[in-house]
Design a protein around this ligand. Structure first.
Ligand SMILES: Cc1ncc(COP(=O)(O)O)c(C=O)c1O
Length: 366
């Protein structure tokens, strides 16, 4: 038996008729860029998340860059984010011309450590981008207090946390804006790239609409310098079919995570910890152990696919060329890079597959 890290085919088989109908509808209308499909999905997504506006863009990387640009953040400004996570968050900040200021993570949640944020703030700091990593909401109460005290913007990178809650609010609704990725493997994924910005700020939503479409205010007038970052009608139509299933898929991800937790408890591994008030949606089920590479190899030998999220701390990525100052070390992020291991976790994963992974991890420990 091969246990895939992710298998999208299982999800698509269940929805194939509805998706085919959506694709035919777009083809029959021959309206492939923006248009009604995108408008309709933006409406559905903002109502699901709980914001007034949602703006569809080409991917989440652009969603971050365009949101920062809409708030006039660029050269001479600094943006704070965590030293552990997806490089795209960092790259998207750098693409505005702003500098990244890294902060270490909380070892219990893998999310940015609010206690370290204040130390990173200086007069150039303009925004904080917490990432709700692996589907676990960051500590938004503490982070929001810091942004209010220092008059900073708060932009949530919810690319891995569609539908996650903090108390009774979905992530993406707590900061000034939230961004989502619809990369195919995400909790809500398209059949290609896609992204979304959500906000309650009408001016910012309108500006991002202009920025995603060459800075246009109407067909022939380019009011600002933007780019081409439009969401395809086909992606919007497919995502609209999937959105009503998201809560149920997230509930199944949580069930799988709890099954792993029960099966693995007592072993010398660090299991995911859920924070109080937060509802983790397990985009990734990540364990932590010193002998990570040996366990990964063992599982692979037994046809169990695993992933590494992420094996290089962000400040150590070669593309991040700014010389690292001596004091810039992030010990928790650096340790996690060597110790985290993602186990298969997707809604269509079967209980017997989870149990097989658990069994093999027990065997490895004996
Ligand atoms: C946390 C995070 N931010 C941003 C991105 C970028 O998303 P996209 O591939 O849609 O540009 C990703 C994608 O992996 C991500 O996981």
């Amino acid at each position: 038996m091969t246990i895939p890290f992710i298998n999208l085919d299982r999800q698509h088989k269940n929805l194939s008729k509805e998706i085919q109908r959506a694709i035919e509808r777009v083809a029959n209308n021959s309206s492939f860029i923006l248009g009604n499909e995108v408008l309709e999905f933006e409406r559905e997504f903002s109502s699901f998340i709980g914001t007034k506006y949602a703006v569809g863009v080409a991917n989440a990387s652009d969603a971050i860059t365009l949101t920062l640009k809409a708030y006039d953040i660029g050269h001479g400004n600094e943006v704070i984010t965590a030293a552990h996570g997806a490089f795209m968050t960092v790259e998207s900040i750098i693409n505005t011309g702003a500098e990244v200021k890294f902060v270490d993570i909380d070892p219990r949640t893998y999310n940015i450590d609010p206690d370290d944020i204040s130390k990173a703030i200086n007069p150039s700091t303009k925004a904080i981008i917490p990432v709700h990593l692996y589907g676990q909401p960051a500590n938004m109460t503490a982070i929001k207090r810091i942004t209010e005290d220092h008059k900073l913007l708060l932009i949530e990178d919810a690319s891995q946390a569609h539908g996650a809650f903090i108390d009774f609010r979905r992530v993406g609704t707590i900061g000034n804006a939230g961004v989502f990725s619809f990369f195919p493997s995400k909790n809500l994924g398209g059949w290609g790239d896609g992204g979304m910005v959500v906000t309650n700020n009408e001016h910012i939503a309108q500006k991002i609409k202009m920025l995603r479409d060459h800075g246009r205010s109407d067909k022939y007038t380019h009011k600002i310098i933007g780019r081409n970052s439009r969401l395809d009608a086909l992606q919007a139509a497919i995502l609209a079919v999937k959105l009503p299933h998201l809560d149920q898929w997230n509930a199944r991800r949580r069930e799988i995570a709890h099954r792993y937790n029960n099966g693995l408890k007592g072993l010398p591994l660090i299991l995911p910890e859920e924070t109080q008030g937060g509802k983790h949606v397990y985009h990734l089920y990540v364990i932590r152990l010193k002998m990570r590479d040996a366990l990964k190899q063992y599982l692979e030998k037994h046809a169990i696919q695993t992933g590494l999220h992420y094996p290089i701390a962000l400040h150590k990525q070669p593309a991040y060329s700014r010389p690292i100052k001596q004091e810039e070390s992030f010990p928790v992020a650096e340790a996690c890079a060597e110790e985290v291991l993602s186990l298969p976790c997707f809604p269509e994963l079967r209980n017997e597959e989870v149990d097989f992974v658990v069994k093999k991890i027990h065997e490895w420990h004996t």
